[in-house]
Ligand binder design. Structure first.
Ligand code: DX5
Ligand code: ZN
Length: 226
């Protein structure tokens, strides 16, 4: 079986004064990653539904909305209505994770769970079968441009083992400090979707950076399969 490798550029590192132009520069991306931060769950305060709507009208690429908010239950419908194709919520912020995931899916949107670097993979044991995606943070959430935390490689392997044991096949996304330099080893450990902010929008040619990360991921995946 060939694993599909996807790249999800994070617009946290885009130029908000010319967002439409920056989206055109990543027309080859598989998702657009939108980091919603509420100033409570994380210090930073970023985007709301207005930016999700703006991305929806400017691009046909599926929107990957990463909610870094306390109590996602109270606002998740806003993001679905705004055009999110996939929503991920932090297990650390969700009191009723199963209910939230079920609700998102019932509304016709894909649903995923996110783990901070300090949260173990085994908390997903009883919900893994329900998830369209698992997002493992490889930095502490809140800011772009942080240093990759290598411990996540072992977490990816543990997650892959759990998925095999359950016969589950969620997309495995990795977020934080991802670049062409580490995409191969991340894919070899089990990552299938690569969020990249500074590595894409900080590049002279963002589309070429997307292609390079995807190619590095595919090479890593082949090593794992071999
Ligand atoms: C961090 C965000 C990331 C961020 C990644 O809290 O969730 O999506 O944009 O930025 P880079 O790729 O620069 O580490
Ligand atoms: Zn993110």
């Amino acid at each position: 079986m060939t694993t599909q490798i996807k790249v999800s550029p994070s617009i946290l590192s885009a130029d908000m004064a010319q967002l439409g132009h920056d989206l055109e520069r990543i027309a080859n991306a598989d998702y657009i990653h939108i980091d919603v931060m509420d100033g409570h769950f994380v210090q930073n305060l970023t985007f709301g539904t207005g930016i999700v709507k703006a991305c929806k009208s400017a691009s046909n690429i599926p929107l990957d909305v990463h909610l870094m908010v306390t109590n996602p239950d109270s606002t998740v419908d806003w993001y679905i209505d705004a055009g999110a194709d996939l929503i991920t919520v932090h297990v650390e912020a969700s009191t009723h994770l199963h209910r939230t995931i079920t609700h998102i899916k019932e509304r016709g949107c894909k649903a995923g769970a996110v783990l901070n670097p300090g949260t173990p993979v085994n908390v997903l044991e009883d919900i893994i079968d329900e998830l369209d995606m698992v997002l493992l943070m490889s930095v502490n959430p809140g800011f772009g441009g942080q240093k990759f935390i290598p411990r996540v490689l072992e977490k990816l392997r543990q997650l892959r083992k759990m998925c095999i044991e359950h016969g589950a096949n969620p997309e495995i996304e990795i977020d934080g400090g991802v670049s062409v330099a580490n995409a191969g080893q991340l894919a070899a450990a089990g990552a299938t979707v690569f969020v990249a902010g500074s590595a894409v929008f900080g590049a002279d040619d963002p589309a070429a950076a997307v292609d390079a990360i995807r190619a590095a991921g595919k090479r890593g995946c082949a090593q794992q399969d071999a």
